[in-house]
Write a protein that binds this ligand. Sequence first.
Ligand SMILES: O[C@H]1[C@H](O)[C@@H](O)[C@H](O)[C@@H](O)[C@H]1O
Length: 536
Amino acid sequence: MEHTNEDTAPDAPLIGEREGAEPHNPSLHLRSFGNTFVWALTISACVSGLLFGYDTGVISGTLVSIDTDLSSRKLTNIDKGLITSCTSFFALVASPVAGVMADNMGRKNVIVVADGLFTLGALWQAFTSSVWGMILGRSIVGLAIGGASMIVPLYISELAPGHLRGRLVTVSLLFITGGQVIAYLVGWAFSSTRGGWRWMVGLGSIPAIAQLVMLTFMPETPRFLARVRKDADARTVLSKVYRGMVPDTTEIVDGIMLAIRKGLLEEEEAHLQLKSSDSRSALMPPALHSLLFHPPHTRALIITCTLQGLQQLCGFNSLMYFSATIFQRLHFSSPTLISLTVAGANFLLTLAAFGLIDRIGRRRILLITIPVMVVSLLLCAVAFSYIRSAPADHFDVPTSSAELPSASRLPALGILFALLLYVSTYAIGLGPVPWQQSEMFPLSVRSLGSSLATATNWGSNTIVGLTFLPMMDLLTPTWTFVSYAVMCSVGWVAIYHIYPETMGLGLEEVGELLKHGWGVKESMEKLRILKSQRVE
Ligand SMILES: O[C@H]1[C@H](O)[C@@H](O)[C@H](O)[C@@H](O)[C@H]1O
């Protein structure tokens, strides 16, 4: 087993990026929290995250208040299933397309297209009068979510100074989880207004239009500009990013530009070599060929897809979509309020992730939090086995008996406690860490690689959404939660072996780690060095 020196991770901010991306510069005070330019761009980009969260969260409130407003009839279970799952399905379809677009038309323009789709989808839903119109509107929003979920972390990663990258990407998670909380609150606020659901879905157009305006002031990322040979523009953006962190930004900008150029050249050589030695290269686009057959890129793809798959297959979104159903079946008096607690805990603990991700490190956070998730899932499974209810009850059908037998009340509270523990540890680790995906890929394959990982996320999300209720019925709740616990345990072992620590590294340095293996040992060694350079 590879020795990884887990205990060498630093616990204080670090100074001194190493040779290459961000050259060692004693005056670069990495305690720095970034300047207004970096924060303004991060927040503007994160509006898409807000929309991602809002549009995924708003559906639960919408479904219960549509009543007979669409096609003049009550929604059937099939209608509900289609309305919910078409969004994640179209997000799955859109993410690879967005990856290709990001390389051809630029990162910023993908955000523009996504905003257009967010606006169109929101208004379409608000004015539709039929079930199929609603499905179409949700599908358009799905396309927007797929594009936005892949491009925002990528945009931020390519702009952020190395020592802040983890945190700034985590800000987008704060917007996603915050958007989910707002969606629940809006759902609750409009739940008793006639036709209130039209407001719920239509309100999504406002942030999208606001972001379209903000985009006029947002630049392209320096990495994309350098890729399309607009070096002067790339340098201008980079100097704005580092302004105020060092007395003179020239040295640091030179270092990064050099690292980007060197990286692009090496990548080009590797592509050519691969192309001449592998006849399959004629069958597919170069970036895809490289991701599938060039080992360092394939490793990055395996790591990011594993993390994204695990993020969803651990079952978290079954709570996002169905926690009200679970708590209703457990006879809690206000199931929607309790679901709001789940969304709230997700948001609040993402704040903790913001504080920890560039201090403790991505790998270490996951290795610590996933075992707690396993324990809480098992606790939940055990507690469910003590719940006594009529055997004929189906999980998604409200139970006929008004009260839970008194012997089941303690286990029901146990389930609530276990689920809150599960959500909290998820929000610190598996929620935000997989979205750091873009940093694992070198520039030449970054957007396609990130988009395939994003597609894995949406594919797995769709699977969980479609299988949760049938699993609760067929396997029983106990075994459903046990299977999520098994999933998490398998994921932990995979992470232990294949996920190197990337905290604090310059974007161009991360690729170096995967050149000759998974880079776990090397990354821990780098951390040890970083620790020795820690700011006093
Ligand atoms: O990282 C996010 C976040 O954790 C959200 O709460 C969840 O709904 C998404 O599926 C996930 O990708």
